[in-house]
Design a binder for this molecule. Structure first.
Ligand SMILES: C[S@@+](CC[C@H](N)C(=O)[O-])C[C@H]1O[C@@H](n2cnc3c(N)ncnc32)[C@H](O)[C@@H]1O
Length: 405
């Protein structure tokens, strides 16, 4: 169970003796760590854990230029293709390589979660909690010029950041993005939509999706603005998915609007080939995220991470996201559940509950993990990256397949 504390008291220093570092953390967070059996000294490692970048496929020949620009060596991550470690203090946002879309900032453990999905060209992939979009971009890169990628997130502004990323890295052609509640999202992959009888109406039919343009019609803008004014997530949950972006080859262009929004009850045979459920969590495994509260104020951490009501409903949300992601997976398909929390409650316990209720779900070994610097999770076949063993951010990974009934 999570700890439930009152207001923030004094901060207390945590030490990492191996590295001779220390960091002040509020007592309530230390209590949360203690209650969850987590080692506080990892937060003192922030300066010693490298920062990771991913080089966009096709830009590998420009490594020397990128090194010169960032003024540091790019150290190849031997266990994960396309990833490089750079010193933690290097900022990439101001570099041309970043602005021109040649490099992405992405932790190697996050890359491992995507890699565990084993995406093949032509797959139809669903990323159920996709914003702000680092994993979504990697998925799009892996798909290349085939298949389809559907990104879903409940937070409109964060999903708009995904759209910007896809456009910046020229990755949006096969992608569509929906503001929606991942616990009830029910739209099939594009191939299923395309298998439905094509619309026979004319080219200028307002009921048929035209090529994407950033300039929407007055009616569409008004609808989006109205939806954007909905501040209460409960209201978003009850509204239908809102399509905020689609690429030229996403299968959306030329489709009847009512066909796209036709939800299905039983997608086991026409569902997605790959589903990523990178669930909302307390982010306690992300040292960088926790460090941000030094600026945002530790009271914000208490409100966003330690609040009892929020943490209890988070466990429910994680189970619901995993359950719905699995519902949308085709038989024989692969689902990866990941969180950047190190607590057992948000990881192994969620997986156990899910398995007890879903007899068609089977945990699978992640073959690539044989060379990954991670350790086994508390359930066989699950994996844990953590700062001490992996020199990465903390991340839990569980990979499932869907058995035939
Ligand atoms: C850990 S972040 C995902 C990070 C993302 N996969 C990436 O690599 O950039 C979790 C996301 O889940 C979203 N989220 C929270 N509740 C949700 C829900 N009910 N349905 C869909 N997304 C949700 C949050 O808005 C947040 O963007």
């Amino acid at each position: 169970m999570y700890c439930r504390m009152g207001s923030i008291e004094a901060t207390s220093s945590v030490h990492n003796q191996e590295k001779g570092l220390s960091l002040s953390l509020p007592r309530s967070f230390l209590h949360f760590l203690e209650e969850n059996g987590l080692d506080p000294s990892i937060y003192a490692m922030i300066e010693t854990i490298p920062r990771y970048i991913r080089v966009k496929p096709g830009c590998e020949s420009q490594l020397v230029e990128i090194e010169n620009e960032l003024k540091c060596r790019l150290e190849k991550v031997s266990w994960l293709s396309g990833f490089f470690a750079i010193p933690s203090q290097i900022q990439i946002a101001g570099s041309k390589a970043y602005q021109q879309g040649k490099i992405y900032g992405m932790d190697a453990a996050s890359g491992a979660a995507v890699s565990a999905l084993n995406v093949s060209p032509a797959d139809h992939v669903l990323d159920l909690c996709c914003a702000p979009g680092a994993k979504l971009c990697m998925l799009a890169d892996l798909l290349g010029n085939s298949g389809s990628l559907t990104g879903v997130d409940i937070a409109r502004a964060r999903l708009a950041a995904c759209r910007t990323m896809l456009q910046k890295y020229s990755l949006g052609d096969h992608c569509r993005l929906f503001v929606a509640d991942g616990t009830s999202f029910s739209l099939l992959p594009v191939r299923s939509c395309m298998e439905t009888k094509p619309c026979l109406s004319g080219k200028n039919d307002p009921d048929i999706f035209a090529e994407w343009t950033a300039k929407r019609s007055w009616r569409e803008r008004k609808k989006a603005a109205k939806a954007g004014n909905i501040a209460d997530l409960d209201q978003i949950k009850s509204t239908s998915p809102e399509l905020i972006f689609y690429g030229r080859y996403s299968g959306v262009v030329g489709l009847c609007k009512n066909e796209l929004f036709r939800a299905v009850d039983e997608p086991s045979f026409s569902g997605y080939d790959r589903v990523l459920v990178d669930a909302e969590c307390t982010h306690d495994g992300s040292l960088k995220h926790i460090q941000k509260f030094e600026d945002w104020g530790w009271e914000t951490l208490e409100r966003r991470v330690l609040d009892a009501k929020r943490t209890d409903s988070l466990l429910h949300l994680q189970l619901q996201l995993l359950t719905n992601g699995f519902r949308l997976l085709r038989v024989g398909g692969t689902l990866v559940y990941s969180t950047c929390s190190l607590t057992v409650a948000q990881n192994e316990d969620v997986v156990k509950q899910f398995l007890s209720r879903n007899s068609l779900a089977e945990l699978r070994h992640v073959e690539a993990s044989a060379i990954w610097p991670c350790r086994s999770g508390g359930i066989p076949n699950t994996l844990r990256f953590d700062p001490k063993t992996s020199q990465t951010s903390g991340l839990f990974i569980a990979k499932f397949t869907r058995l035939a009934s």
